[in-house]
Design a protein around this ligand. Sequence first.
Ligand code: C2O
Ligand code: CU
Ligand code: CU
Length: 504
Amino acid sequence: MQRRKFLQYLTGGVALSAVTAVAGYKLMGEQTIAAGNEPTALPIPALLEGEMKDGIRHYDLNMQSGTHEFFKGYKTPTFGINASYLGSTLKLRDGEKVRLNVTNNIGEVTTLHWHGLHLPAKADGGPHQTVAPGTTWSPEFTVKQKASTFWYHSHTHEKTGEQVWRGLAGMLIVEDEESKGLTLPNTYGVDDIPVILQERAFNRDGSFIYASSMHDIMVGMKGNIPVTNGAITPFFQATTKKVRLRILNGSNSSFYNLGFSDNRPFHQIGSDGGLLESPIEMTRIYLGSAERAEIIVDVSDGKEIFLISDGKAPKGSGGRGMMGGMRGMMMGGDGSKFTFMQIRPNGDLKPSANLPSSLVKIDRLDPRNAVKTRRFELNMRMGPGMMMGGGSAFSINGRAMDMGYINEVIKLGDTEIWEISNPSPLPHPFHVHDVQFQILDRNGAPPHAGERGLKDTVVLNAGETVRIIAKFEDYADPDMPYMYHCHILEHEDAGMMGQFTVVA
Ligand code: C2O
Ligand code: CU
Ligand code: CU
């Protein structure tokens, strides 16, 4: 019964979208699901808490290659970190000194970047911190971070897209004193759930498709099969009335407009880099690649629901009219309609505490304290000529990523405004390393409530200009840069990235 309803739902058109926009993709997954592949329980990545030795918390991460069973009986060649696909969830505590031993056993050069963390550039895991096959890289730093949901992933020069697609990514949770006193669900895997959302494309033999056609680079690599924590539309058995979902858009390039199948309201409590000042009620949340949101959903009515992406772009996000078709392509196979997971509440749910009406205090950065405004324009050349001719089709301020060139030099301790504009016809999620920033405005208007917290990635819709403000503190290194880039990984790999140093 359960299963029939499940399949009905899936074949009702929500998950099984056509992939006509992505010609050449094979549809192995859909037949397999339609043929009655039993949904599996949501995999909960192992929680890695590290081991305290001489005042430093040590973590051992093994980047490995192997196979993962997305479809019963099919072995997909994958990468993972202490796992066959994706990685363990790292738990870090604010104020602690940590050492992460990253061993590369994937058989090719790679890196591991701590997305969203404030740390010295040489510990960042960007394209300069390469880890040769068979070696271990051991960055050390002090955690200076608000409680939130972060992640880590490969950041290998021109190979990030492919390596992340194959599985080199995981979640990273930071805890701090300030949030400890709040009555939020916080039992990992029970009422505090990691939710890594992706989609993948598969060949009929079960192997991944990672194409690098002009189209895949232009719109970013898309898949037609929703994958949540490495499983295709799994179910989560809820045992409590309220469930906290730590949602990461871990896709290479897709924009998800997330909510529940019955459109029930939920509360957003956190953005990329911290909790919000108070919970915000909504029925949909729009996340670009690399953005995170923590939400609380109430399942006390006992109904089975699905976490979906409805494939729509929210009002006012641009990309309408003439570019509607283009946006459709950006959103995935068919506007990113995906059924990511089911929530099945137990018959006998344990009570959850009331949601606090206020969460944390966010110190607003004052634009009057900014010593400088820098401007960044996201450039892409479209059409049949995009991969030809001189220069790169993807750049920032007309300059493509060059490992040997420092684009911007920032003075330690400065507060700066960055004005990012997107004259291209596609949306781009813009990410800055080292800092958590605040969004001042979007086309001159204040950001919506869910974007008023700490951020490290912000979606720029077509034609938009967004102003952000950040303070560059603590770490200076004249020789080692941080990155800023589009988080559509194929755009990043193709050159839509730049480097900045922070100098004393
Ligand atoms: Cu999520 Cu430069 O990285
Ligand atoms: Cu990053
Ligand atoms: Cu982009």
